[in-house]
Design a protein around this ligand. Structure first.
Ligand code: AMP
Length: 186
């Protein structure tokens, strides 16, 4: 049974693809964005700090992620991680969580790419349904900047050191899922 980590800018369809893959392989879909949004509904100090960062498009600190993720990850055997690792420090966190995994269970990296106009269009239509504070055009710019500055180096790391599957996120969700299945069988 395989484990996966999935990367893609906001609006690339990574959450959708992660859901499809988790159903296909019957593995747990762990989204750090969802975990954080859920945690932020508790209006204590940690919850308020998390929503303050998310709503402004800024990444949450590595320590906070560690706290929220560690418990969740221990509950499940095989998984697809959506939204983690997002910084180079988080690569080390992931490695130490899975230090003792045999080579065949080391996570496979899925990398979705999408053009700015695709991403903008998708986020604009999602914002009509979900009403997330971080989906405004202005906050989206900050999220993109965070992604390029902090997450692109993480992607480069996995391209170099791990098995990876690159996908064109400009295509429809059915096409992307189909491409994934073809490429993961190769
Ligand atoms: P997402 O749903 O994956 O787009 O995540 C939404 C927001 O949650 C991001 O813009 C960040 O503020 C925060 N977030 C999610 N995962 C992480 C992470 N691994 N490290 C830091 N911040 C995160």
């Amino acid at each position: 049974m395989k484990n996966y980590i999935i990367f893609g800018p906001p609006g690339s369809g990574k959450g959708t693809l992660a859901t499809q893959i988790s159903e296909l392989h019957n593995i747990k879909h762990i989204s750090t964005g969802d975990l954080l949004r859920e945690r932020s509904t508790q209006k204590d100090e940690l919850g308020l700090m998390i929503s303050g960062l998310i709503d402004n498009g800024r990444y949450v600190s590595d320590d906070t992620i560690k706290r929220v993720l560690e418990e969740e990850i221990k509950k499940h055997g095989n998984f697809i991680l959506d939204g983690f690792p997002r910084t180079t420090t988080q690569i080390h966190m992931l490695n130490s969580l899975f230090e003792n995994l045999p080579e065949e269970n080391k996570p496979i990296a899925i990398i979705l790419q999408a053009q700015m106009n695709t991403v903008l269009e998708r986020i604009r239509s999602r914002s009509k349904i979900e009403n997330r504070a971080d989906d405004s055009d202005q906050i989206l710019k900050t999220r993109m900047t965070e992604y390029l500055k902090k997450t692109q180096p993480v992607i480069n790391h996995y391209l170099k050191f791990s098995t990876s599957i690159g996908l064109d996120g400009n295509k429809t969700k059915e096409e992307v899922f189909n491409d994934f299945q073809i490429k993961s069988d190769e």
